[in-house]
Design a protein around this ligand. Structure first.
Ligand SMILES: [Zn+2]
Length: 479
């Protein structure tokens, strides 16, 4: 009886339809920060989704041997100003499958999404931006960041109403929360900022904020009152709060700022933060950051600044000249101890704050994620590999998923999750971008898939594919 059944099974087996996946990644070291899985597995992808994670062989129309590589969820960059083909290409080569412009944000929102739909290499999204709304309403002449009216004038009541309405319209159009670059609009009164928090609280969407710079009459840069302002606003409105690039705003006070954030979280305020792994920041030289006597205010020097167009360090004279022209500047002002304090802290996500234009910019634009994996995980052994992956994938997904439902299926490797994946060589992965030449792809990022489609294969960019999808807040969600 048993023998006959066995023979019958043998006879019918070739007739059964075998499971064939669109893509199979075989023999990779699959690392999933949610389940803790860290083992050699085969990953089967069907359509845009992960359909199998198995130690048994899987059959695929396309099969790629990823033996020796780590297969991780694609990195989610919460702070990515560069939102065009050039930047998406560098992001993909750094393992990023989702790049979001949340700090400054955009306005108007609907047109911004429309311009990228079906044309993007990686997933994209943006917040409804207070800075661009203020620039439009107040007729500021700046490029990306304010340089005159929006930075230096107090808005009239009528203008303030128009700014709030523009930000609200952006949320109606599905923007991912509200972007606030308070440091770039120092004349925006605390009341205007609080009203934006109220709006975010009503909608239960996060506020992403570059906190206020110290007031010109305050000696030395004191990040603490600026962080207190936004934690207080979040506590009073119920708005989730994300403080961007903590090390670049808190500098030497990073350990204290981390205690404030941890304390707020413990006492029920939903606040998170992020960092980039460099000891230099970057911004526009004509922005309000450099208003007035900034060397006295910040304790930084002219020679700390590097002019992006030429790579030269600045003097008081060249600073004045370039400030009139306007353009990107890098500030070598962040202490390494601040960076280490933040990277060791389990509540700090990794995000790039990057933007390249014509191959120029800060190297964080193209090297942030490989730099953490290569320099701070492998070489300096500051944090374990799984922990670094968690800060680049699961944590940003969790930060957004209460308002952006698509995030439930990102940042993890599980059946049904989006096949946004990166396969990298943990022994080789490293950033190549430098301050002198930032337009260099990271090394060791071998394969990157967005929604099951290869965008990087065998370390080479795959041309003419646009699997990137726009990510939005679900406006129908009830809270
Ligand atoms: Zn910023």
């Amino acid at each position: 009886m048993k023998r006959r059944l066995y023979i019958a099974l043998l006879l019918t087996m070739p007739l059964l339809p075998a499971q064939t996946y669109d893509v199979v990644l075989t023999n990779g070291r699959v690392m999933d920060p949610e389940s803790g899985l860290d083992a050699v597995r085969n990953v089967g992808i069907r359509g845009r989704r992960i359909a199998a994670i198995s130690s048994a062989p899987l059959r695929g129309h396309t099969t790629v041997d990823v033996h020796g590589l780590v297969v991780a969820p694609g990195f989610i960059d919460l702070h990515s100003h560069g939102q065009d083909d050039e930047n998406y290409r560098f992001k993909a080569h750094d393992g990023v499958t989702t790049a979001l412009e949340l700090e400054i944000g955009v306005s108007p929102v609907a047109e911004w999404y429309q311009a990228r739909e079906g044309k993007a290499l990686i997933n994209f999204g943006a917040s409804s931006g207070h800075v661009p709304a203020r620039m439009a309403v107040m007729h500021d002449t700046g490029d990306f960041l304010p340089r005159d009216r929006a930075a230096h004038d107090v808005a009239t009541d009528e203008e303030t109403l128009s700014i709030l309405n523009a930000v609200r319209r952006g949320l109606d159009d599905g923007a991912i929360g509200i972007g606030l670059g308070i440091a770039y609009v120092p004349t925006a009164p605390r009341g205007e900022i609080f009203r934006l928090f109220q709006l975010a609280g009503d909608r239960r969407v996060p506020v992403f904020v570059h906190v206020r710079s110290a007031a010109p009459d305050e000696p030395r840069s004191e990040a603490i009152p600026s962080i207190q302002e936004v934690i207080a606003d979040a506590a009073a409105t119920g708005s989730p709060l994300h403080i961007v690039h903590l090390t670049s705003v808190a500098a030497r006070q990073t350990p204290l700022a981390l205690q404030m954030i941890e304390g707020a979280r413990k006492h029920g305020v939903d606040v998170t933060t992020e960092m980039y792994p460099y000891t230099a920041s970057a911004t526009r030289i004509e922005s309000a950051i450099y208003d007035g006597d900034w060397p006295a205010r910040t304790g930084n020097k002219y020679s700390d600044l590097q002019w992006v167009a030429t790579g030269e360090r600045l003097t008081e004279e060249t600073f004045a000249k370039y400030r009139k022209e306007g353009g990107a500047v890098i500030a070598h002002t962040l202490p390494e101890e601040a960076l280490l304090a933040a990277i060791k802290n389990p509540q700090v996500m990794i995000a790039s704050d990057g933007r390249l234009a014509g191959g120029k910019g800060h190297p964080r634009s193209s090297g942030t994620f490989a730099r953490v994996l290569g320099l701070y995980v492998r070489e300096k052994k500051v944090i374990p590999l799984m922990e670094a992956i968690r800060r680049m994938t699961l944590m940003p997904a969790l930060r957004l998923e209460s308002s952006v439902p698509a995030m439930h299926n990102k940042g993890r490797i599980k059946i049904g999750a989006d096949a946004d994946l990166v396969a990298f060589d943990p022994d080789r992965v490293i950033d190549k971008a430098t301050f002198e030449n930032p337009a260099q792809y990271s090394d060791g990022i071998e394969h990157v898939l967005v929604g099951g489609v290869f965008v990087v294969r065998d370390s080479h960019f795959v041309p003419e594919v646009f699997p990137g999808a726009g990510l939005r807040t679900d406006r129908t969600m009830k809270h």
